[in-house]
Design a protein around this ligand. Structure first.
Ligand code: CTP
Length: 216
């Protein structure tokens, strides 16, 4: 496979020294990139700001904002046979980033937010991607119905769903426990394990499912 992977959070500027972001560590996406590279696949990793080291031997494109990640995906997607969207992209950004540091004055401050680009949601509809498309769904309730709905809405071939209401898995954790949601309402639960071990298992599933001869 020639595989594009998004990973990590995005940062949406409020002013020159402040931003909106989230707790994503990037570990799941980086582990997927490493596992895919180790399995002999070509990997392009598009990463938001993280503190972990990049896996060696893979092409990494660093971005900060959702807009930059959207542009990087649009640039690098052509020629890829599969894409995994594991980044925790901010859903909203400040509508107007201040050019100077905001000084405190009134007792309350209201920020107006606007929607960011839906990167995964643009892959089929706007970028015309024909390859194998994988998204993540982090949910706190109705995990499988929400993931199945996301699978259909975004034209994915696979959604990796995790229940982020459980402590110790998912966001900013070393471990994860996910369910694979496939078209036709099929789902495959995978046991809780380290993100490194899970990444190897996920790449094996994606490699098998994306092969043109995969049993449906
Ligand atoms: N994603 C993306 N661009 C965004 C937001 C999300 O590419 N602006 C991707 C994530 O990388 C993930 C998937 O979309 O693979 C699921 O994100 P999520 O925010 O849960 O999906 P939404 O459809 O926005 O649903 P919700 O209403 O739950 O926020």
């Amino acid at each position: 496979m020639r595989l594009l992977i998004t990973a990590g959070p995005t940062r949406e500027p409020i002013d020159p020294v402040r931003f909106l972001s989230n707790r994503s560590s990037g570990r799941m996406g980086y582990a997927l990139a490493e596992a895919a590279h180790a399995a002999g696949h070509e990997v392009i990793l598009i990463s938001g700001p993280v503190t972990i080291s990049p896996p060696s031997g893979i092409q990494i494109i660093r971005v900060e904002t959702a807009r930059e990640m959207y542009d990087a995906v649009r640039t690098h997607l052509p020629g890829c046979t599969a894409a995994i969207f594991s980044a925790a992209v901010a859903d909203y950004r400040p509508a107007h980033a201040a050019t100077q540091k905001i000084k405190k004055s009134a007792t309350t401050l209201t920020l107006e937010l606007e929607r960011t680009e839906d990167i995964l949601g643009s892959v089929r509809s706007t970028f015309g991607f024909q390859g194998f498309l994988v998204g993540f769904a982090a949910e706190t309730e109705n995990l499988i119905p929400h993931a199945q709905d996301k699978l259909r809405r975004k034209g994915c071939d696979l959604i990796i769903a995790n229940d982020v209401s459980q402590s110790g898995i998912g966001f900013d954790s070393l471990e994860n426990e996910v369910t694979l949601c496939l078209p036709g309402g099929h789902s495959i639960p995978l046991p809780r394990q380290s993100k490194t071990a899970l990444a190897r298992e996920l790449i094996a599933h994606i490699s098998r499912l994306s092969s043109p001869h995969a049993p449906q």
